[in-house]
Design a protein around this ligand. Sequence first.
Ligand code: 2P0
Length: 352
Amino acid sequence: MGSGKIYRASTTAPVNIAVVKYWGKRDRKLNLPTNSSLSVTLSQSDLRTLTTASCSTSYPSSDGDSLLLNGEPSDISGARTQACFRELRARRAALEAANPSLPKLSAMSLRLVSENNFPTAAGLASSAAGFAALVRAIADLYELPDSPAELSLIARQGSGSACRSLFGGYVAWRMGEADDGSDSRAEQVAEAAHWPEMRALVLVVSAAKKGVSSTSGMQQTVATSGLFRERVSRVVPQHMDAMEKAIKERDFAAFAEVTMRDSNSFHASCADTYPPIFYMNDVSRAAIRAVETINATAGRTVAAYTFDAGPNAVIYYSEKDTEAVVGTFFHVLGADLHGWKDDVVKGLKPTL
Ligand code: 2P0
């Protein structure tokens, strides 16, 4: 047992839910995507990862780096986690080389303790919040001067969607062109305060771990789906442009149409994968019909559904339509509601 000082930093990172989806890698090692994507960052008070990073000369170096996730030791030997550690350590080592009076944190083992306040790997973007929090906690511990955009280059290597969780509000991940990934980074399109009425209803259909991981599912899609090629070359660029315009103009109907079309296009590409991948189930499809009914009843678009790599629904709506959406949602689903779990998270605000 040593008696060295313990250096520590804690941070939280929020979940983000894409309205134009990332699906497909052009470089697996660097996590470079086949298309740009765009997401809304949810409120940290509702869905987030809290991570504490620490290091100390009193931690036996034989322990190596470690991560405790929701109280359980987690495997950090994977290439992506190692890439994040390596990049962050290299930046700290550069600071230490330039300023020899700094403590040599880069030479010490890292201990990470991480807690999600939502189900892990249930299609609720846990890897996004997880890697964003991991990267920022270590960057804070190391007192790195890097901007969120620079840190997004590192978080991206942990999990693609994580690069978007380093910003609040409305966030684009620009796919970039460079082979080394130096321009494949996230940027804020608009802060949450630009469109503060935006709300997201998260409907937890199943908290079970998903059947096909995003990482393997998307590469099966890239390898086998013809529809996916159309999505990447034509559909997504159009959705990115239309979505940025809708956000800029705070046009909910346009935002909603692109959100629903992009979710449909993504799940159609999954169904066109050979063998096909199904993430939505009957309850998910009932949620789609419920949104259609809510919009038809209102006589305008007041709700938009989107689904990630799992059956859970996220419904975007505007604060003034809370009653029409949240109120009616359960009423409309009525007897079909059996599949829903109790842990429905309501009315989340995008984070600032
Ligand atoms: C997204 N998803 O844009 C899309 C929509 C799932 C469906 O990003 O392999 O966990 O770690 O880079 O980021 C999930 O993929 O995949 C994802 P990796 P990731 O949010």
